[in-house]
Design a protein around this ligand. Structure first.
Ligand code: SAH
Length: 449
């Protein structure tokens, strides 16, 4: 049993899914933030549980050649990024290794390695930011939550965001402070402004500003719009009405105060409308490469009906439409489905159809109606596929399933379930859409035996 507050010497051997280092001390796995694999450290154990412990580095005895000085001044405090203390080579190595380990351990594969599509830049890539706001001594400020807390860490310039996005935050906070707009306090459930949500089209440069408020309106909106108009690309200002308690960032109702209420962007050669509630990958360049890889693995022909489950605003669905006979998208968020239908129209695509509903239930219903699916693309949220979706896939029995995943563990679980229903894993590739952060995307191809 490890002793709390005692210092041990150990080597970091691996990483957790959140990117913390792991050392094994006296047979116990100890999780250590800001560690790099291969480093020999003196570690103070700060928390001891039955099967694991947590500690902090007191001294690095042998430094990894992959350790670097953090370029971001708040990296250690801010819960946004995980990897500013290591070089990008080590980051992509550990991400590819995590995907490989999941597919082998949970998915029953025996892969020797998994390739990873590394990003060309770690800076300025994120097209979306959600800044929580807080106030201290009569001054309101915005930033990001400290890891594992709701304390807001102020940050003038976030290195993974474009400059315009941070400028929006500054303009909004100046307006808040000048007009004494109150800031939301989650303990007392009082105060108006909860989050500043900004989305910027990487190609179009169009900017959507969405203020999430615990109320119905904001004071002096025209003055705010006048200031926002000074930022190149500012297109629309929307309020998200969010008067309920809880951690959800966005509320259910949206009120447009200026502009069309959405922005447009270009992806895979197509024009997309993006409402605030709709999902859109945050790394444009890498998303495009991921989708290209997914579509090429699908090997679609003009004779095929292709089903795209969890389709969002129809990005992958519409990018496949030209190659397919017919494409069908299914998505649960009504605004995203409206966007998807509009996106088909604005690109003159006539062989696409979209349904709003749960992917599994909608797919089962389509199958009962006699619709066939030659190829199915799935791109679910982190929890992966539900039992209905697996059942629908097994009834459709498509020639190929292309699975785009943001969580290698649930992907591997679903791969195992699909293998039990007659599929084989043909190909797996990781893609880094979140440089400096611990998330990793994967695309795999499964084909019917
Ligand atoms: N393929 C799209 C969206 C992927 S994100 C793209 O790359 O842009 C996952 C999407 O699944 C989100 O749009 C989310 O709203 C949707 N979603 C979540 N749960 C769902 C469910 N049960 N059924 C259908 N769609 C769902």
């Amino acid at each position: 049993m490890l002793t709390k507050n005692q210092v041990y010497e150990a080597t970091i051997t691996d990483y957790t899914t959140e990117g913390q280092g792991i050392a094994h001390i006296e047979g116990c796995a100890v999780f250590i933030p800001n560690a790099v694999a291969g480093e020999r450290c003196r570690i103070r154990v700060e928390l001891v549980r039955k099967t694991w412990a947590a500690g902090k580095i007191v001294e690095i005895l042998e430094k990894s050649p992959h350790r670097v000085n953090r370029e971001c001044p708040v990296a250690k405090l801010c819960g946004g990024c995980d990897f500013w203390h290591m070089d990008y080579e080590e980051e992509t190595r550990l991400k590819a290794e995590r995907v490989r380990a999941c597919l082998n351990r949970i998915g029953g594969e025996q892969l020797e390695s998994v390739p990873i599509l590394a990003a060309p830049t770690c800076r300025g890539y994120r097209n979306k930011a959600q800044y929580p706001v807080a106030a201290k001594k009569n001054r309101a400020y915005a930033g990001f939550f400290r890891a594992g807390t709701h304390d807001v860490v102020e940050n003038d310039r976030c290195l993974i965001l474009p400059e315009e996005t941070d400028r929006v935050k500054s303009v909004v906070m100046d307006y808040v402070n000048q007009n004494h707009v109150s800031v939301y306090d989650e303990t007392s459930h009082t105060g108006l402004l909860r989050h500043i949500y900004v989305r910027r089209g990487a190609v179009s440069g169009q900017i959507l500003v969405c203020l999430v408020i615990n109320g119905r309106s904001i004071p002096k909106a025209h003055a705010l719009v006048a200031q926002l108009k000074k930022i190149p690309g500012f297109t629309t200002l929307v309020l998200s009405i969010h008067t309920k308690k809880g951690n959800a960032v966005l509320g259910d109702a949206f009120v447009t105060l200026h502009g069309p209420g959405y922005i447009e962007d270009t992806l895979c050669g197509l024009n997309f409308r993006l409402s605030p509630r709709s999902f859109y990958q945050v790394n444009h360049h890498q998303a495009q490469r991921l989708y290209e890889a997914a579509i090429s693995q699908a090997q679609i022909t003009k004779a095929d009906t292709v089903l795209d489950l969890y389709c969002g605003v129809g990005t992958i669905t519409l990018a496949m439409a030209a190659a397919a006979g017919k494409v069908i998208g299914v998505e649960v968020i009504p605004q995203a489905v409206e966007d998807a239908r509009d996106n088909a129209r604005r690109n003159g695509i006539e062989n696409a159809e979209f349904f709003c509903g749960d992917a599994g239930q909608a797919a089962l219903e389509l199958e009962r109606k006699g619709i066939r699916a030659d190829v199915v693309i799935v791109d679910p949220p982190r929890k992966g596929l539900n039992a209905d979706t697996i059942e629908a896939l097994s009834r459709f029995a498509p020639r190929r399933i292309v699975y785009v995943s943001c969580d290698p563990a649930t992907l591997a679980r679903d791969v195992a379930a699909l293998k039990a229903r007659g599929y084989v894993l043909q190909n797996a590739m990781a893609a880094d859409l979140f440089p400096r952060c611990s998330h990793v995307e994967t695309v795999v191809l499964l084909s019917r035996k």
